[in-house]
Design a binder for this molecule. Sequence first.
Ligand code: EPZ
Length: 430
Amino acid sequence: MEQYIIKGGNSLAGEVEITGAKNAALAILAASTMTDDTVIIENMPDEADTNILLATMNEIGVFTHRTGRHTVRVNAAKARDMVIDNDALKKIRASYYLIGAMLGKFKHARVVLPGGCAIGLRPVDQHMKGFSALGAECRIEHGYIVAEARELHGAHIYLDVVSVGATINIMMAATLAQGQTIIENAAKEPHVVDLANFLNSMGARIKGAGTDVIRIRGVERLHGTEYAIIPDQIEAGTFMMASAITRGDITVRGVIPKHLESISAKLKEMGCEIHEEDDAVRVICKERLKSTHVKTLPYPGFPTDMQPQITVALGLASGVSIVTESIFENRFKYIDELVSMGANIKVEGSTAIISGEEKYTGAHIVAPDLRAGAALVLAGLVADGFTTIDNIRFIERGYEDFYVKLQTLGARIERVEDERSGQKFRLKYA
Ligand code: EPZ
């Protein structure tokens, strides 16, 4: 079984190029099926989630071809509006984006209920509320979401909770509805804005993305486009946190600093130096981190997808820190693994109370989900001794070349397939 094995103790230093944003790429891939023209998408990350969605699109007759590692050509002219029940698709949350796209284009869709990280209940009631408001009949049956409509008409939709997925799905379906749709209490994440820009480049008429009121004027059809995806602010934030945890000096390159503002602000509170350039952020940490308090919030607040990473850093800070997870109800599962490495953390409901320790010690741990898995790698980078991490396929869902990028920054980390290569690594760094 594949594992990461890490020998902790090195400070990381150097530059790392950030790839395209996974959560923008997944929405944009789904939206690319809404035209019969060819679409060229650049800065497409090469990681499990996007590759699973590409494979699923092939299965419903969409032509996709990676013309380069990070460039994809898509043509959905021959797409069949059929049931989407690819087993692999159950593993990724973004499967449900195909519903908004198919409903918009074919006026019906039947997609297997989404999978994704086990960080909470992950309901889809707000998606269904939006589709129904647009005139679709929505139901869940036999493990699928089914949505069908004679026609789609604009509506004034007020989301009961700020939902990235629901905002994205409703925006896609409304793009080809008749009349104007207004989405109130919309999510403002950079990937919501990226999708709106992508759809507008295809002839959609979307205004207000990035604010909590998005207005969409329906159009008859969408045309082809060439588009480059924004950089992944969570990948960038993860490497910024790696610099803080290992008392390093890392520059994340190819980023949009504005998307990283809440992460940079917290790192400054924790005692790091932050230097911003047009498309890069440098994080320098010269001494022990200071404690702070964090509450995850919808963008532009501190992102929930960075909560495990900052908790790992605060586990070594001087003093007591408090991290409150306000988005998902079960996103502290990794704490037990971190406690086995010496962390002193108590979880009370949606709050983690963290008493900073001097060090972590290496252990054999299991990645419970994508972002917690990446956070546990960061803990291994700074722990005394060896750390072995199982279930790394979770991590490779959303990070391209993760361990290779860490190696280039000076980390002693290897991806091993069996006990023998693990032993070889241990002997090399004994
Ligand atoms: C997206 O998930 C991301 N996934 C998640 O990233 C991210 O953590 C999340 O947004 C929040 O930013 C993708 O983009 C593929 P939500 P999503 O709908 O859309 C509740 C990662 O690590 N809710 O914004 O599923 C829900 O329970 C992943 O890349 C409803 O109640 O998140 C949650 O409490 C992990 N009803 C809150 O809203 C609904 O119909 C936010 O969820 C939908 C959501």
